[in-house]
Write a protein that binds this ligand. Structure first.
Ligand code: GRF
Length: 209
């Protein structure tokens, strides 16, 4: 235990697609740069490449397709059950394309983080890289923040910024964005594991964290 954090940090990672951020976490753990374990990877899309990345790393992985549930609440209940059963303590939304219900947020109070490819509060939602490019911003970047019931809302934990160069395209920006995301996400998880970032629960006494 360091500053009230059980180590190694037990992570549940929620994904929907490629899983390059998941890969960054797995690589950092594998290289001994991050004191954490991925207890389970869950995708709401069975065909997500992220599931193959998890399997390759020997990490438990499951598809829980949201379409199999009548409501967001029911889907979220299934997610919570699987995450708890696996022993996940902190939840990482790494390209997870579903909005979470209050019920999910309350199941892991202040311990759910999201990565977003823009400097929030600018450009929330989908296609953030293109939104920033279309707007003509000269600086963009990525944000790691606590999840809240909104879309890409919640308290900001860390950001990483870089310059948009003349002639940049979606693809060229996406390449730099992903590199920045991978660094920032691993950095923040290291800060959580080290007790320097604590659960975002203002009412919780520090002795209870
Ligand atoms: C990332 O750009 C992340 O910020 C956004 O979705 C993308 C996921 O990429 N929320 P990957 O699946 O981790 O490669």
């Amino acid at each position: 235990m360091r500053a009230g954090v059980a180590t190694p940090l037990s992570l549940g990672v929620l994904v929907s697609g490629n899983g390059s951020n998941l890969q960054a976490i797995l690589d950092a753990i594998g290289a001994g740069r991050l004191d954490a374990r991925v207890k389970i990877v869950i995708s709401n899309r069975a065909e997500a490449h992220a599931l193959e990345r998890a399997a390759r790393a020997g990490v438990p992985a499951r598809a829980i397709p949201h379409k199999g549930y009548a409501s967001r609440e029911e889907f979220d209940r299934a997610l919570v059950a699987a995450l708890r059963e696996a022993g996940a303590e902190w939840i990482v939304l790494a390209g997870f394309m579903r909005i979470l219900t209050r019920e999910f947020l309350d199941a892991f109070p202040g311990k759910i983080i999201n990565i977003h490819p823009a400097l929030l509060p600018a450009f929330p939602g989908v296609n953030a890289i293109q939104q920033a490019l279309d707007y003509g911003v000269k600086v963009t970047g990525c944000t790691v923040h606590f999840a809240d019931p909104g879309v890409d809302g919640g308290k900001i934990i860390a950001q990483s910024a870089f310059t948009v160069e003349p002639g940049d395209t979606h693809d060229s920006l996406a390449e730099r964005m992903h590199a920045a995301e991978h660094r920032l996400l691993v950095q923040v998880l290291g800060e959580i594991a080290g007790g320097r970032v604590v659960p975002d629960v203002p009412a919780l006494a520090s002795s209870e964290r």
